[in-house]
Write a protein that binds this ligand. Sequence first.
Ligand code: SF4
Length: 59
Amino acid sequence: MTKVKVKPKKVQLERIAICEDCTWFITTIRRCRQCGCKVEDRAKMTDRGCPLYKWPGDI
Ligand code: SF4
């Protein structure tokens, strides 16, 4: 079985904290209004960033 790569927990928490301060974050359902993703799911992804390049390391 292929192991799915995810970002380290520390990075995930940094990303989520930025989302929680973002005007595009929907608090009630914890989704981003830009991409529609659940922020906890997107924060794990190694091949996806913030659609507005707000996360550290986004280019
Ligand atoms: S992914 Fe980016 S645009 Fe979306 S809520 Fe998080 S910081 Fe805001």
